[in-house]
Design a protein around this ligand. Structure first.
Ligand code: AQP
Length: 339
């Protein structure tokens, strides 16, 4: 007899090289979650179209992302790994949910406000960027998801997803499961290295702000050494996001990759100077990335295996999502081709 497992959905958009922020905020939890949840791990390529302008690199980014999913321990025999655009149900439900979402609630989305500002400087904002949270709601709701591990930046999108699901359910009965975000206290928002009041992001123009999982070790060491701290005298290492955003950010990174909580780290780090602290962070990160990159390369050079994984994943994801979509269509009075 198979026991009931809650459904977990998580995704990363292949909008560039994956960052240590993406890893700490979500991916690092994925492999241990496989035993307790029915996991759907999606490569959100349609989302990437909203901001990505290097379309010639998109295919590479998608294959890189699948390889990192595998490198961080996701097992395709336990979890479903798939590419969003292979499962057309996402786009179909997206359109339907557009018709159950309000313009005003999308205008309130902080990520849209922030990304639109960046875009205004370089190009015009596209409608996809505005619509992004509804596509995200569709991704989640199609699988009757119970939990969504996300970084803090995505909390508002999960709240919107719940609101849309609740609105739909109030009209048509219990069609969608209302998902809960899973947000860790530590590492849920890793900040930029040089501007620690701003989130670390793949698309940051200043690459010294970001540790990418594919960075070579010498540049990781340099980026950490150059990272912004503060001028408090005497310099002391403690956790205080307001007063010491740079040091607190490095502490969160160190805590996440060493699996030690911050209180324990602080005891170990008592009395050391910032320079020594940065050496410790750089050393731990280098060891972590070296292992991760070694495993990544093994997967990345076998494209036919990567394609097999996402092919099989798409078949399973279509099966599950089609059930929800059929249910939704029938409630709406759309005529089925088959029945
Ligand atoms: N800095 C971060 N700290 C913690 N978690 C983070 N996440 C992103 N940045 C951080 C989490 O990673 C997951 C995947 O994110 P995404 O690729 O779907 O979109 P995003 O949040 O827009 O990521 P980026 O890196 O900022 O990409 P760009 O620059 O393309 O917009 C999400 O769960 C997110 O919370």
């Amino acid at each position: 007899m198979t026991s009931f497992k809650p459904v977990l959905f998580s995704a990363i958009q292949p909008s560039g090289n994956i960052t240590i922020g993406n890893y700490i905020g979500t991916m690092r939890h994925w492999s241990k979650m496989q035993n307790d949840y029915n996991c759907f791990y999606c490569i959100a390529d349609l989302h990437a179209l909203t901001t990505y302008n290097k379309h010639s690199c998109l295919k590479k980014s998608i294959l890189d992302t699948i390889s990192f999913y595998l490198a961080c321990g996701v097992d395709p025999n336990k979890s479903i790994i798939f590419i969003q655009s292979h499962v057309y149900q996402h786009s179909q439900l997206n359109w339907i949910l557009n018709c159950f979402s309000q313009f005003s609630e999308l205008l309130r989305m902080n990520q849209f406000k922030m990304k639109r500002q960046i875009k205004n400087r370089y190009e015009k904002t596209n409608v996809g960027l505005f619509n992004y949270p509804i596509l995200m709601a569709s991704d989640i709701l199609l699988y009757q998801t119970n939990f969504v591990p996300v970084g803090r930046d995505q909390k508002q999108h999960i709240e919107l997803t719940r609101n849309i699901a609740y609105r739909f359910n109030s009209l048509y009965g219990d069609i969608f499961t209302l998902p809960e975000p899973l947000i860790n206290e530590c590492g849920s928002k890793i900040m930029s290295l040089l501007e620690p009041n701003k989130k670390m992001s793949k698309s940051d123009i200043n690459k010294n702000n970001v540790i990418f999982l594919l960075d070579d070790i010498s540049s990781v060491i340099l980026k950490i050494k150059q990272s912004m701290t503060d001028s408090e005298q005497p310099c002391r290492i403690y956790y205080d996001i307001e007063r010491k955003p740079g040091i607190s950010n490095l502490l969160e990174i160190l805590s996440a990759i060493t699996n030690k909580n911050i209180d324990i780290l602080l005891k170990e780090l008592q009395g050391i100077m910032y320079r020594e602290f940065k050496d410790i962070v750089a050393d731990s990160l280098s060891k972590f990335l070296y292992k991760m990159q070694k495993s990544y390369i093994n997967y990345r050079c076998d494209e036919s295996y990567l394609k097999k994984v996402v092919y099989e994943g798409a078949i399973k994801a279509r099966l599950k999502s089609e059930k929800t979509l059929q249910n939704v269509c029938s409630k709406l009075g759309l005529v089925s081709l088959f029945k």
